[in-house]
Every structure is written in C-alpha cells, then in structure tokens.
Design a protein around this ligand. Structure first.
Ligand SMILES: *Cc1c(COP(=O)(O)O)cnc(C)c1O
Length: 389
C-alpha cells in the first residue's frame, strides 16, 4: 500500500493522530497555538515538571558533568549520578538494588525480554500498557492475557498454562487509561502459590500513592512481595527516564541481559540530577502536602463530574476518564473543550478497545479548586450539547 493511501485509511477510520504545539512550560496552564488553556491531560501530577528544585539540580549537574553520558554504561561507564540515582531508587522502593532505564518503554521491553524467553510464560492484564505487550512479544515467551483485574481468571490460567520454564505475572499498578488499581494482594498470593515472579509497572502510582509516595505497593502494603517494581521519572516525578527496583541478583541479570540497557546511550547528567531532586522532594513534607492536594483535587473533580451524570468508570486515582463510547463524538468533545479553553485528549483504539473511547482527564496537585470547578462546568455544558450526558 502507498503511504498516502495508508494515511487516508487512518483518517477514514477516524483514527488519525497529530501532535499539538505547546509554547513555554508544562504547567497547569499552557500556551497552545499561542492561546492560554487549562492543562487537563498531563501526567505531571505533582507539578514537578516546572519545580525550581528540579531545574536547579539539572542546571548544576550540566555545569559540573556536561551534557551527555557518552555511551551505554557498559561501554563508557557508570557516572556518579547514575549510581546515586539507583541508590535513591532502591531506598525509595525498599529493595536491594535499582537500575535506571532510558524510559518506561525501554524499561518494560528490556526487563520483560530479559526475564522471559522461549519456554517461559508471561501472564499480562488485558489492559496493561503497550510497552508491556511489546516486551512480551519481543521476549518470544508465551503471552497469556487475563481479563482486567480478574484474579480468579488469572488463577485458572496459571493452573492451565503451567509451563516448565519461568512464569512471570505483569500488571500495571495504576491502569493508565482507567485510573483503577491492580489487585496487588491477590496477585502476590497467586505468584507465591504458583512460584512465579511478579512485576508491577507503577508509572502512574509512584510519587502519588501510599503515605510516602512509594506507589501502589505501599498503598496495598505489599512492598516486599513484588519482585520487580518498575516506575518512571517522566510522570509524577517531573523528569524523564525509568527504573527497576529489584534484588541485587536480578539487577546483575538485567545488566547482562536487558538489551535496552546494553545497547543504548545512558541517561545524561541533567536528567539524572532532576530525577534525584524529584525523589528527594517526593519524600519530603512538601511531597506529602502535594499528594494531599492531589487527592483533594481528584475527589472534588470526580464528585463534580459524577454529580453531573458522567461515568468515570472504576477510577480511584488522579486519572479520571469520561466515558464517551464512540470515536467521533469523543474527538468532537475534545475539540470543543479546546475551543472552551480546556486541553484534554480523546482516547481511541488502539489505546483502548473499540466502543470504549473516552476523554482521559488527569488532575494535578497544582490545579486550583476554582480551575477544576470551572472545567467541570464547561465539560458539562459541552457534553449536554453533544448528547454524551
Ligand atoms: C507512560 C507509561 C510507560 C512508559 O513510560 P515512558 O517513560 O513514558 O516511556 C510505561 N508503562 C505505563 C503504565 C505508562 O503509563
């Protein structure tokens, strides 16, 4: 097929995507095509992406260490900041070791393909992030997808597909398009009963959930029972990159086997220093205060939407989906909200199943309650006009 025809087909299906140009900083208000709008679709949940402590740390690290790490760490070496960040990750997640990756996507593809291969079985929640699915496909292991958060079904599948090789259960901690939380306690008992490894991708929970911001596993009191805590620095932590918090032994294996670690230039000093500053902030009294504000903002926004008659699915976190159904209505909804000064994305297949299109709203600690109340009102007016409610 010609490229132009392929693009035409994407357009015809209503699945065409393009990016928007933002001027200035990523904050609660952004300049979109020169106009100031309310940001309601960023994963910068704690507002750290424009926190002065992170910018200062990044600038100082650049002055001191330069702009690049020069190569993969197995080639040009581990810089002091890599080591400090990994120690920080291990202490944050209370594990024996940490390993930095260049992004969450790189972490998931690298870790999963390193831990599983032919003869092994990977059990993955049906709504897991695309990078988990890609890691599983890359690994060559057998991929068994279980119904969303259905631990009963997982138990039956574990019994049925019990292989002779390694068995890996992988789940998002907070599901990125639904805002609900995985049943980690049940997954822990299943992994114990079936002698499996448990990996939790807490890209959206880290920094946000649990009394110290350690994530879903802290919230559900299973910190010590997760074999691989994967998390990212690009969301609540306001920086970039990702990590695995693991045992020292698993770290050794990943250094030797994870291709995204081995064959890619490592994170640069500015990013490492910003991530370190973010970890410190998350664990400080200011971090606690930001989490409390995020939680209060989320409750307010969800209550306003639910009172207006919207379905927000099973969301219990700062990710608040507004269910719309159809792709076309969803995209019109998002366009009209933008005309009203609200930036929120419509989510369509293949990110979510057909018929489950939604606006994915994300609340930030740094939104004011006035901004969220105003947004809920505008959203309600537009939705009535479109017949969504
Ligand atoms: C965003 C996300 C990733 C990818 O992380 P990046 O650092 O953005 O590459 C992985 N898993 C989940 C659940 C995510 O939401």
């Amino acid at each position: 097929m010609r490229i132009r025809e392929e693009l035409e087909q994407i357009r015809k299906k209503g699945l065409y995507r393009s990016t928007r140009l933002i001027g200035g900083r990523q904050s609660t208000r952004v300049l979109l095509d020169g106009r100031e709008v309310l940001m309601l679709c960023s994963n910068n949940y704690l507002g750290l992406a424009d926190h002065p402590a992170l910018s200062r740390a990044a600038t100082a690290a650049t002055e001191r260490y330069g702009t690049s790490s020069g190569a993969s760490r197995l080639v040009s070496g581990t810089m002091e900041l890599h080591q400090q960040l990994e120690a920080g990750v291990a202490s944050f997640k209370q594990t024996g070791a940490g390993l930095a990756f260049n992004s969450g996507y790189c972490a998931n593809t690298g870790i999963i393909a390193a831990l599983a291969g032919r003869g092994d079985v990977i059990f993955s929640d049906r709504l897991n992030h695309a990078s988990i699915v890609d890691g599983a496909l890359l690994s060559g292991a057998r991929l068994v997808r279980y119904p969303h958060c259905d631990h009963g079904a997982l138990e039956r599948l574990l019994a049925k597909h019990r292989g002779t090789g390694r068995c890996l259960i992988v789940s998002d901690g907070v599901f990125s398009m639904d805002g609900d939380i995985a049943p980690l306690r049940e997954l822990v008992s299943l992994k114990k009963a079936h002698d499996a490894l448990l990996m939790v991708d807490d890209a959206h929970g880290s920094g946000v959930l649990g009394s110290n911001g350690r994530g879903c596993a802290e919230l559900l009191a299973v910190m010590g029972d997760v074999d691989i805590h994967m998390g990212t620095f690009g969301k609540a932590l306001g920086s970039f990159g990702a990590y695995a918090a693991i045992s020292a032994e698993l770290r050794e294996l990943l250094v030797n086997r994870a291709r995204s670690f081995i064959f890619s230039t490592s994170l640069p000093p500015a990013v490492l220093a910003a991530s370190l500053a973010a970890l410190e902030l998350v664990r400080s009294p200011e971090g606690r205060e930001l989490r409390e504000r995020l939680s209060a903002n989320t409750s307010l926004f969800k209550r306003l939407l639910n009172d207006a008659g919207f379905s927000t699915g099973n969301a219990t976190t700062q990710i608040v989906p507004i269910m719309c159904g159809d792709a076309e209505v969803t995209m019109r909804f998002s366009e009209q909200l933008l005309e009203n000064g609200i930036f929120v994305q419509g989510i369509r297949p293949p990110t979510v199943p057909a018929g489950a299109c939604r606006l994915r709203c994300t609340v930030m600690a740094t939104h004011t309650q006035e901004e969220l109340t105003w947004a809920a009102e505008r959203i309600t007016v537009v939705a009535r006009r479109l017949g969504v409610i």
